[in-house]
Write a protein of this length. Structure first.
Length: 487
């Protein structure tokens, strides 16, 4: 199922699942906050009710005490304080009535009753404060016994009723707020952990799925490079599957082209090289004295043999470089000294160099050894040295040197004193059929494949090859190989 999703869709899925979880989480968290806010307002109201009830009681007691003090002539100027206490008591009762007007009809009835009792007490208190004359004590006593004392007891009873109900609610409110706060903390912790776990899990699933499919691509790429069978095409319609499908199609076309090229090479080998070899044998037969060729005929015969030999050499080089680059050959490696390889190569090139008037020199270090295919490395040295001789003027020197670049690598280089290579040609000298000038191929009868063969052989040994040159100052062709270190 995941293989049918595009990479962008998978990315959106990775983002959307945790995002939806977070939206749900914040929705529920918002509900908890609303409940907390409601309970907080309720708690504030209940604290307000308790505070106002206590304040009303205090004001009524204070007003009665002040009235009694005035009636007994203990104090004289209490009218303003008394008026404030009485008016403040009624104001607080009205505000309590507004608090309960909508939310609690039972408590509202209690407040209304307390208001009626308080009004009666205010009248009695005012009467006590107004008592004068010789019978003040008797009047005050009568008001206290029949009006103030019962009113205060009733007011205290109503206050206790209000406080008891609000205390129960306040206790419930405190417990509810604490429970919700605890639930918020737990919910927040669980939500964060769950969000992280789900995000990591989804990311892990998609990472495993995507990296697994990319791993198949990497294996197919390596298998194609190693000329092995590719894995079956990936299922699905995502970009990775489309890329794998395109890679399979490309690999099939390349292998088909390689197969056709191999058929073409076989055709060259069989249908061209064999007849040309037969022609060469015929020309050699014509050169024997029995045919009595004229001097002109002999010269033409020699020329034909050289041209035919050059064509055969080119065909053989084409076939060889195809085998090298296609990997359809094996290296027969052995441990050998660089000195031995160079000596063998020089024996092959010395006749050509002597004919051209070129002196060959080499180093004498016999200590550096390499693990290589001897025949193929000698072929590289012969090609590079013969090339140096070919492009060097008479009475100059071609030197073969080698030295350890570091503990693991040896550099072998062939230096000449020829005309050099212009900078614009340095990057292409190792390509097939590439020569510095068109006239080179004509004047020196080169195929343009020798350096390509050298590059393929060196790289097959895990080495590198290059050239350094300046026009008019000679060239230095070099290659690096791994040193064979004794255990």
């Amino acid at each position: 199922m995941l293989g049918n999703l595009k990479l962008t869709q998978k990315g959106l899925l990775i983002i959307s699942v945790p995002l939806l979880l977070q939206i749900s989480f914040f929705t529920l968290y918002g509900d908890l906050l609303s409940q907390t806010e409601f309970l907080t307002r309720k708690e504030h109201r209940e604290k307000n009710v308790i505070g106002r009830t206590n304040w009303i009681t205090s004001l009524i007691l204070a007003s009665n005490l002040m009235a009694l003090a005035k009636a007994g002539n203990y104090v004289s100027d209490v009218d303003k304080s008394l008026e404030y206490c009485l008016s403040a008591s009624m104001q607080n009762l009205r505000e309590l009535a507004e608090v309960f007007a909508v939310t609690d009809t039972v408590q509202l009835a209690t407040v209304d009753e307390a208001t009626t009792v308080t009004e009666a007490l205010i009248k009695s208190t005012a009467a006590v404060a107004a008592c004068t004359g010789s019978d003040t004590t008797a009047k005050t006593k009568t008001l206290v016994e029949h009006s103030i004392q019962p009113g205060l007891l009733k007011l205290f009873e109503l206050r206790h009723k209000l406080l008891e109900a609000e205390s129960r609610r306040y206790k419930i409110g405190i417990d509810s707020v604490a429970a919700i706060r605890k639930k918020k903390r737990e919910f927040l912790t669980v939500g964060i952990v769950l969000d992280i776990l789900i995000a990591v899990f989804i990311f892990w699933i998609f990472t495993q799925e995507i990296t697994g499919r990319l791993g198949v691509l990497a294996k197919n790429n390596q298998a194609f490079a190693d000329r092995k069978e590719l894995s079956a095409p990936l299922s699905g319609s995502d970009e990775v599957a489309q890329l794998d499908k395109s890679f399979h199609e490309m690999a099939a076309r390349i292998r088909e082209a390689e197969s056709r090229k191999q058929e073409y090479m076989q055709m060259i080998s069989h249908d061209m090289r064999t007849p040309l070899t037969s022609v060469m044998c015929s020309l050699e037969l014509l050169s024997i004295p029995d045919y009595n060729l004229s001097e002109s005929g002999k010269r033409q015969l020699v020329k034909a043999e050289k041209e035919l030999g050059r064509v055969l050499t080119m065909i053989n080089e084409i076939l060889e470089i195809e085998r090298l680059e296609s990997g359809s050959f094996s290296l027969h490696k052995e441990i050998v000294s660089i000195h031995s390889l160079v000596s063998t190569a020089l024996q092959s090139v010395e006749p050509v160099a002597a004919e051209a008037g070129i002196k060959l020199t080499s180093a004498v270090d016999e200590t550096i050894e390499v693990f290589v295919d001897v025949d193929k490395l000698v072929r590289v040295l012969i090609n590079l040295t013969a090339n140096a001789v070919k492009f060097s003027p008479p009475d100059t020197t071609v030197a073969i040197e080698w030295f350890a670049k570091d503990k693991k690598t040896v550099r072998v280089q062939v230096k000449d004193q020829g005309r050099g290579i212009p900078p614009e040609f340095l990057g292409t000298v190792f390509e097939r059929f590439k020569q510095v000038q068109v006239s080179d191929g004509v004047a020196h009868k080169g195929s343009g494949l020798g350096l390509s063969i050298c590059k393929a052989i060196v790289e097959a040994h895990g080495g590198t090859i290059g050239v350094e040159s300046q026009a008019g100052r000679g060239s230095t062709f070099w290659f690096d190989l791994a040193i064979e270190v004794e255990d």
